[in-house]
Write a protein that binds this ligand. Structure first.
Ligand SMILES: Cc1cc2nc3c(=O)[nH]c(=O)nc-3n(C[C@H](O)[C@H](O)[C@H](O)COP(=O)(O)OP(=O)(O)OC[C@H]3O[C@@H](n4cnc5c(N)ncnc54)[C@H](O)[C@@H]3O)c2cc1C
Length: 447
């Protein structure tokens, strides 16, 4: 099929955000009784789910220390819940299980969840937490846990299944997805700031609106738009920091223990909530008993039939390569450089055994294939959802984004002229204005 000459809504990236935006735009146009075909087009240089959305663990949670993140997640969880089957979403819930250093932070998350009507239960005290956890898993053995936040909503979804279902849904609504086409730049005319066309390796495509959902490739689109590589950041104490890199990369460490996922079921035979443990209890090797760490560590896991075992991850590590030199392609498990390490496997399986007896002695079952991938984070590790050059909307989720299926919808509404309050705390201008999000004591850059 020939390349379109002009498209009203041109979306770059067939990841979760690009397809979510396409979904909403197509629905809105249809609601107005308007034609979709030819007006909404998604471009992807590789294919559907070729980026972070194709390798995400798929966890959907509300648990964030930042009020604005929590409100946004509640909106997205609502979209997951609107069609669990169609979106391959498992609403099993989510548990944040923490040591004393995080008790206060998590208590405030619980209070604010109550305030926004997000259903959760909060357990406090070491004995009470052990009792509660043994009610779910009778082999629970993690020590030093003094709070458990049990979110009754949330859970996980099966990334590639969700992505193909979304692609199918938008195509049925009239959206065209063109794969194998790489965007190389943006064109403007007569000194205007407005993007009049995107320049691709197959030719130029004129456009009225552009939405960029480029996941880890956001760095390159930021550059194509002439946005600053380094920025000024005013921190929460009012101190001004100049020349801060806008982007940085972290390696997400994830893997699979290839055992029958049924082994991960709860006492009553149900699929348990996604488990997330953050603790400073010393962690010992499940292989030789040596000490792995006595500093704060964190893991998450779930039995997952899509991955074929117990799947999960641990805290990421910072990629030290200068940001411009980070090789994003080939991405994910195909990367020769950025895949989960052997140390990760050792730590993660040991941590599983630390939490539940059933995982003791399972190290040999850790899968041997490459897994994990890099994520691109902003200067404060929270998303930027904003509009640049008059007609370019950017969804830069700072790697928070699988769960944020609703953001594409909200951006689509903004492109149609309706500002969205939920997105306001995520504008680019917050760095200079000093309107940063509060940070918690979690070992992750994203909580
Ligand atoms: C290992 C891992 C696990 C994760 N687990 C979770 C999780 O459990 N829960 C959660 O909420 N989040 C998770 N995340 C984060 C989440 O996956 C991402 O935030 C989200 O998928 C990003 O979606 P996206 O649509 O912005 O980008 P992507 O899914 O990366 O899609 C971007 C697309 O843009 C295309 N593209 C790039 N450059 C060009 C170009 N020049 N021209 C045309 N197309 C281009 C790419 O081919 C790609 O398909 C995880 C991330 C990783 C790496």
């Amino acid at each position: 099929m020939a390349l379109p000459q002009h498209v009203e809504f041109l979306i770059i990236g067939a990841g979760i955000h690009g397809l979510s935006a396409a979904w909403r735009l197509a629905e809105r146009l249809r609601e107005r009784g308007e034609e979709v075909a030819g007006r909404v087009v998604v471009l992807d240089k590789t294919g559907i789910a070729a980026g972070a959305s194709g390798i995400a663990c798929g966890v959907v949670r509300n648990n964030y220390f930042q009020p604005a993140m929590r409100k946004l997640m509640a909106h997205s969880v609502g979209i997951w819940e609107s069609d669990p089957k169609g979106l391959s979403y498992h609403p099993v819930g989510y548990m944040q299980i923490s040591c004393e250093a995080m008790h206060k932070d998590v208590a405030s998350i619980y209070e604010q969840q109550q305030a926004i009507g997000y259903e959760s239960v909060f357990i406090e005290g070491e004995q009470q937490c052990t009792y509660y956890m043994r009610g779910i898993f009778d082999d629970w053995q993690a020590k030093g846990i003094t709070s458990v936040l049990h979110e009754k909503r949330g859970g996980y979804s099966n990334q590639t299944k969700t992505m193909y279902a979304l692609a199918d849904r938008v195509e049925k609504l009239g959206v065209r997805i063109i794969t194998g086409i790489e965007v190389k730049g943006f064109k403007t005319e007569n000194g205007s700031n407005t993007v009049s066309a995107v320049h691709t390796d197959k030719g130029d495509i004129g456009c009225t609106h552009v939405i960029v959902g480029a996941g880890p490739w956001v760095r390159d689109f930021w550059k194509m738009l002439g946005l600053p590589k380094q920025i000024t950041v005013k921190d929460l104490a009012g101190n001004v920091h100049n020349d801060v890199d806008m982007w940085r990369y972290w390696q997400l460490e994830e893997g699979v223990l290839v055992i029958d996922p049924d082994m991960g079921r709860a006492n009553d035979g149900s699929i348990p909530p996604v488990i997330h443990v953050d603790t400073d209890a010393p962690l010992y090797s499940a292989v030789d008993g040596s000490k792995i760490t006595d500093e704060m560590w964190g893991i998450y896991y779930k039995p997952d039939w899509h991955f074929g075992g117990i799947q999960g991850g641990a805290s990421p590590y910072k990629v030290e390569t200068p940001v411009d030199e980070v090789a994003i392609d080939p991405y994910g498990p195909s990367s020769p450089e950025f895949v989960s390490s052997h140390e990760f496997a050792h730590m993660w399986v040991s941590a599983l055994a630390h939490c539940q007896k059933r995982y003791e002695g399972q190290m040999p079952k850790y899968h041997k294939e490459a897994s994990g991938g890099i994520g691109c984070f902003t200067a404060d590790s929270f998303p930027v959802f904003d509009h640049f050059r008059e007609n370019v909307a950017m969804i830069a989720d700072s790697n928070h984004g699988w769960k944020m299926i609703g953001v594409g919808h909200l951006i689509a509404d903004e492109v149609l002229g309706e500002r969205q309050e939920l997105l306001e705390p995520f504008r680019f201008g917050r760095f200079e204005r000093g309107e940063l999000h509060p940070v918690s004591n979690s070992p992750y850059p994203w909580s």
